[in-house]
Design a protein around this ligand. Structure first.
Ligand code: AKG
Length: 322
């Protein structure tokens, strides 16, 4: 089983990020997930077609072309149908979410958790701040169909997009491209060493909370093209963003997951996490993908009955955001 070397751990501590090349097997670890997303897209196509929003289900198109076509023709964002999380407002009993078995299999992949263990320790909690991002070519999106999951992401620190309760937690971001992430299709970029500063102010915006550009040393940023199956580990205060997808017809697909020691606050208390690995309490580990999916359905039921919960610590229009 792959284990991080001392040199890799030191590099992560020094630079705030580490790319572990080819940790996952695209055929064994990623293909089942892509198959699951094909099925989700098929269901969206059927339902939009039945609604009269699209003129065909485009069943014969390959995944990227079908997603782009349905998004273009419907003028709608499809992100929430695929996402592994609920949105942060206006949750309804029928808000879509996709928590399929292949997603759970990747979240709990032993190869992945072994590497996470090298940083977080043996008692691992899967933090509910997790997404699938299908970044569309910029020319395929309109302002109505753009959102924080299918477009360019502004500069931020992951610590800045959770509640202050998580400031004391050690939350490791794990970013996994499901197809090759390139400068053209919108890979991530990071500011090496930026995690050693504090938490920068963030301002709420359409693609999520963002650090004002004048506070970001952009000249120090480096893009991180990555092959499918490679894994990026990132400190919670590393400043990062993602580039735009300037290709004509390719979708950039990635998962961003987060893990932390069991017992620490997640920063999103309204959403469910779970114990992914434990040596001291093996009976607490969640193994059943249906139980995991149910945790999200129960959270959705609960949140649909309440006022919008708090997810953000920043306010627009004050201080640096004014
Ligand atoms: O995948 C992306 O484009 C952005 C991801 C990101 O910024 C994050 O996971 O915090």
């Amino acid at each position: 089983m792959y284990k991080l070397s001392t040199e890799q751990k030191e590099r992560l501590g020094r630079e705030g990020y580490l790319v572990v090349e080819q940790l996952l097997d695209p055929r064994l670890d990623i293909r089942p997930l892509l198959d699951e997303y094909e099925a989700v897209l098929g269901r969206i196509a059927q339902s939009f077609y039945a609604e009269g929003v699209i003129s065909s289900t485009y069943i014969n198109l390959p995944f990227d072309a079908r997603l782009i076509q349905i998004c273009r023709e419907s003028g709608r964002s499809l992100s929430q149908f695929f996402d592994i999380s609920l949105p942060q407002r206006a949750i309804r009993q029928d808000t879509p979410i996709h928590t399929g078995p292949a997603v759970f299999a990747l979240l709990t992949s032993p190869r992945l958790l072994k590497v996470v263990e090298d940083i977080v320790g043996k008692e691992i909690y899967s933090n509910p701040v997790q997404h699938i991002r299908m970044k569309l070519p910029s020319q395929a999106r309109t302002s109505a169909s753009s959102d924080g999951l299918n477009s360019k992401i502004p500069w931020h620190q992951d610590n800045g997009v959770v509640l202050p309760e998580a400031d004391v937690a050690t939350i490791l971001t794990v970013w996994i491209p499901l197809n090759d992430a390139t400068v053209e299709n919108g890979c991530l970029q990071v500011v090496p060493g930026s995690h050693r500063g504090g938490l920068e102010p963030h301002c709420p915006g359409p693609a999520g909370a963002a650090i004002p550009e004048r506070l970001v040393p952009e000249d120090k940023a480096i893009p991180l093209p990555m092959r499918a199956g490679s894994v990026l580990l990132m400190h919670q205060r590393t400043i990062h963003s993602s580039l735009d997808n300037v290709t004509a017809d390719r979708v950039r697909m990635s998962l961003d997951l987060r893990y932390q020691p069991v017992g620490q606050p997640t920063g999103r208390p309204s959403f469910p996490g779970f114990v992914a690995r434990s040596t001291t309490h093996p009976e607490s580990v969640l193994h059943d993908p249906r139980k995991w999916a149910n945790l999200w359905l129960e959270a959705r039921d609960q949140l649909a009955r309440e006022e919008d919960a708090a997810f953000n610590r920043w306010q627009a229009g004050i201080g640096v955001c004014a």
